[in-house]
Ligand binder design. Structure first.
Ligand code: MSP
Length: 470
C-alpha cells in the first residue's frame, strides 16, 4: 500500500460554483477512487481561496461584511463538492487561522530568496495577476478573459527570486520528474519559463487589505497567489508537522488558465523551502457553452444544479468524465448531454442490468461470485491519467456484454431445459458485469453501488430503472 496525495485548485469565492468548477473535482475524484481501488491510501484536498481584491470588492459592492460573504460562498462550494460525491478528506479555507499562520511561516522560510523593489507595471484584478509589458501590449491593454483594461501600478513590493530556481525547474519539467500533462502544455510552460521574471509576492496595505499580513512588515500584505498556493502544504500541517508521508503530491489537478502559477511560482516556492516538487501536474481544458467561455454577461452559464436535478449525479459525472475531453476545451450542450444519457446510460448500461437481473430472477439463478483482477489495459490508461479513454474501454465491455446476451440467448437455454449451461452462461455474464462495475466505480460510484446491490443473492432487478429514459 502506498500513500497518495491528490489536490484540486481552490476556487475564488467571489461567486457561486458553476459547471466548470466540477472539472477539477471530478477528475481528482476519479484518481482518488482509482487509487483506493488499487489499495492505496489517499489524502484528498479541496477548499476555497478567499483573499484578494476581487473578493473584497465584490463583498463591498453587495454591502456584506467580507468575512460573512466569504463564509457563505465557501459553504456553497463545500455543498457543491458534497453533492458531486467527491471523496475528499480535507477542506481548507485560506482564511483559516491555521492556514494564515502557516503561510506566514512559509514566507519567513523563503526570506533568503525575497527582496523588496518598486513595481511599475500592469495588473489584472480579474486574474489577480501581474502582467508583463509585452503581454499588455499584445492584448492592447485589455484583459481578454475579463474584458477590462489592465490597471497601472506603481508600488513598493516584495519579490521572489524566480531566477534562483529557473534551472532546477526547467530540468524537473524536461526530465518529467515533475510531469506536466498534457505534453503540449509542458512545451508552453518551458517557453514561458525562459522569459519568466522574478515575481511580485506582496501588495502595499493601502492597495490590498484583505489578505495575509507579511510577517514583520505591517505595510505589506501577501499577494493572493502566494497564500493560495501554500494551501497544498498548510493543509498537511506544514511547517509544524512532518509532511513526508503525503508530500510530494502524486497528482495536482488545475485548469489550463492557472497552470503557469503551478508550474513556475509553486515549484520556486517548494525549492526555496527545500521540499520536493509534485510528481504530476495535470492541466485540464475549459468547459464551454456553445463554443464560448461561460460568462454571466453573455448569459450562457449552465447551472450545475439544474443538470443534477434533471438527471441525477451519475449522469452528470458520466458526461463530464467521458464526453468532456480531459485536456482540450469541450462544449457542454443539453443536446449532447441528453443523447449520452438516453443512448448510453439508459440504453447500454441501464438495460444491461435490467435484462440480466430479470433473467436471473425468472430462472432462479444464484450468483457464485468469482474474483478477477482489473484488466491491465484499464490500469495502464488510468495510470496515465487517460480517464476518458479508460471510460471508453469499460464502455466497450458494457456494449460487449449486451451483445453476448443476444448471442448466448439464455432464454432459449431455459426453454430447452439446459439448466447447467444456463447457470454457467448467466454466472459468466454476471461476474463479468461485476468486474465492469468495479472499473466503473471511480466514475459513477452511486450507480455501481446499486448494481452491486442488485447482484447480491437473491438477485432482483432494481425497483426503479437505473436511468429513466427521457
Ligand atoms: N483561486 C484560483 C486557484 C488557486 S489554486 C491555489 C482560481 N480560482 S477559479 O475559481 O478561477 O478557478 C478554480 C478552478 O476552476 C481552476 O482550476 C479553473 O481552471 C477551473 N475553472 C474555472 N472555470 C472553468 C471552466 N469553464 N471550465 C473548466 N474549468 C474551469 O483560479
Amino acid at each position: 500500500m502506498m500513500k497518495k496525495y491528490v489536490t484540486t485548485a481552490i476556487p475564488y469565492v467571489n461567486g457561486v460554483p458553476h459547471i466548470g468548477h466540477a472539472m477539477d473535482y471530478c477528475l481528482a475524484d476519479v484518481y482518488a477512487r482509482y487509487q483506493r481501488l488499487t489499495h492505496n491510501e489517499v489524502k484528498f484536498q479541496v477548499g476555497t481561496d478567499e483573499h484578494g481584491n476581487k473578493i473584497f470588492q465584490k463583498a463591498k459592492d453587495l454591502g456584506i461584511p467580507v468575512e460573512e460573504y466569504v463564509a457563505g460562498n465557501s459553504k456553497k462550494f463545500e455543498e457543491f463538492i458534497r453533492t458531486l460525491d467527491i471523496s475528499y478528506t480535507d477542506f481548507i479555507r485560506t482564511t483559516d487561522p491555521d492556514h494564515e499562520r502557516r503561510a506566514q511561516e512559509i514566507w519567513r522560510k523563503l526570506s533568503p530568496y525575497i527582496y523588496s523593489a518598486k513595481y511599475e507595471g500592469w495588473y489584472c484584478t480579474g486574474c489577480e495577476r501581474f502582467v508583463t509589458e509585452k503581454e499588455c501590449a499584445e492584448n492592447n491593454g485589455v484583459c481578454p478573459d475579463h474584458a477590462k483594461p489592465y490597471e497601472k501600478l506603481e508600488e513598493e513590493n516584495y519579490y521572489l527570486r524566480i531566477a534562483d530556481f529557473k534551472e532546477q525547474i526547467r530540468e524537473a519539467i524536461e526530465s518529467d520528474k515533475m510531469l506536466i500533462l498534457p505534453e503540449f502544455r509542458k512545451r508552453e510552460i518551458l517557453k514561458l519559463l525562459e522569459d519568466s521574471p522574478d515575481v511580485s509576492i506582496s501588495r502595499p496595505r493601502a492597495q490590498l487589505t484583505w489578505g495575509v499580513p507579511v510577517p514583520d512588515d505591517d505595510s505589506q500584505v501577501m499577494y493572493v497567489w502566494i497564500d493560495a498556493l501554500a494551501n497544498y502544504i498548510t493543509v498537511l500541517g506544514y511547517p509544524e508537522k512532518e509532511i513526508s508521508d503525503f508530500w510530494p503530491a502524486a497528482a495536482q489537478f488545475v485548469g489550463k488558465d492557472i497552470l503557469r502559477f503551478h508550474a513556475i511560482i509553486w515549484p520556486a516556492m517548494l525549492l526555496g523551502l527545500g521540499l520536493p516538487l509534485p510528481e504530476v501536474l495535470i492541466s485540464h481544458g475549459m468547459v464551454l457553452s456553445n463554443g464560448q467561455k461561460m460568462s454571466k454577461s453573455i448569459g450562457n452559464v449552465v447551472d450545475p444544479m439544474e443538470v443534477l436535478e434533471k438527471h441525477g449525479l451519475d449522469a452528470f459525472r458520466y458526461f463530464f468524465l467521458r464526453h468532456i475531453d480531459t485536456f482540450a476545451d469541450s462544449d457542454f450542450t443539453w443536446e449532447k448531454f441528453e443523447d449520452a444519457y438516453n443512448n448510453e446510460l439508459a440504453n447500454d448500461l441501464g438495460n444491461l442490468v435490467q435484462r440480466l437481473a430479470a433473467l436471473a430472477k425468472k430462472n432462479e439463478i444464484g450468483l457464485v461470485a468469482t474474483k478477477s483482477e482489473l484488466p491491465q489495459e484499464y490500469c495502464d490508461l488510468m495510470d496515465k491519467f487517460e480517464f476518458s479513454k479508460a471510460f471508453d474501454f469499460v464502455w466497450e465491455k458494457v456494449q460487449g456484454l449486451n451483445r453476448q446476451i443476444d448471442e448466448e440467448k439464455p432464454w432459449s437455454l431455459a426453454k430447452n431445459g439446459e439448466n447447467q449451461k444456463l447457470n454457467q452462461v448467466m454466472n459468466d455474464l454476471m461476474n463479468e458485469l461485476l468486474l465492469v462495475s468495479r472499473m466503473l466505480e471511480p466514475f459513477i460510484p452511486e450507480t455501481v453501488k446499486r448494481i452491486q446491490d442488485v447482484f447480491t443473492n437473491p438477485i432482483a432487478p432494481p425497483e426503479t430503472p437505473l436511468f429513466v429514459k427521457q
